[in-house]
Design a protein around this ligand. Structure first.
Ligand code: TMP
Length: 212
């Protein structure tokens, strides 16, 4: 944990259709019941500028480098305006995606590779990483099926199966490289089973945090 942090930084990751967004309100409410002040936010987005960049990123065609730079531009604003100030005040951040998504989607899905993302990560947030990252994981056929039942698809959601295979592979690699930070959630399980797992982990995190 970096020196500036008093709060805790939690993130949720997974391919589109993995179901992470379903669990954010549950985590938020549970933490509030445990007396934690939580800021729920997302990437790309989380600031006025970031939400404008999100619209472009999700709906306008662009070169892969432009896409990657815009993801990190939005992230830089988000860190400076929202994440760091909240952590300094002792609040917890619950973030729907962070830089692991750039590794998985741009590095893996778009085949940019990890090196360019590592360079940007070092530049934008050399001392900041989530304390805990849940990787919502499930067979890609189920994720695709869930997407097909959903609203109009954005640029990423419209990608072909091979894109998501690479994205998921990069997520798995990233999780293997940092097993203490990552926790895998089998999101093909029933919602209440997932919530039990999350609840146990949240109690553990709060206990650790309170005993620091
Ligand atoms: P969401 O639908 O989970 O809110 O995420 C928006 C899309 O943006 C999702 O398809 C993943 C993608 N994305 C990236 O490609 N790179 C990133 O760094 C982030 C944060 C999201």
């Amino acid at each position: 944990m970096s020196a500036i942090k008093n709060g805790l930084f939690l993130s949720l990751e997974g391919v589109d259709g993995a179901g992470k967004s379903t669990h954010i309100p549950f985590i938020e409410t549970h933490l509030q019941r445990l007396g934690i002040e939580v800021v729920v936010t997302r990437e790309p987005g989380g600031t006025v500028l970031g939400e404008t960049l999100r619209e472009l990123l999700l709906h306008k065609d662009m070169d892969i480098r432009t896409e990657t730079l815009l993801m990190f531009a939005a992230r830089n604003e988000h860190i400076k305006q929202v994440i760091e100030p909240a952590l300094v005040q002792g609040k917890w951040i619950l973030c729907d995606r962070f830089s692991d998504a750039s590794f998985a989607y741009q590095g893996g899905g778009r085949e940019l590779g990890a090196t360019a993302i590592e360079t940007l990560e070092q530049w934008v947030h050399p001392d900041l990483q989530p304390d805990q990252t849940w990787l919502f994981d499930l067979p890609l056929e189920i994720a695709t099926q869930r997407l097909q039942n959903s609203r109009v698809l954005d640029r990423f959601e419209q990608e072909q199966a091979a894109f998501f295979v690479r994205t998921q592979q990069f997520y798995h690699q990233r999780a293997q490289q940092d097993p203490h930070r990552f926790s895998l959630v089998d999101s093909s399980q029933p919602i209440h089973t997932i919530q039990q797992q999350l609840q146990q982990q949240l109690h553990h995190l709060v206990e650790l945090w309170q005993s620091r």
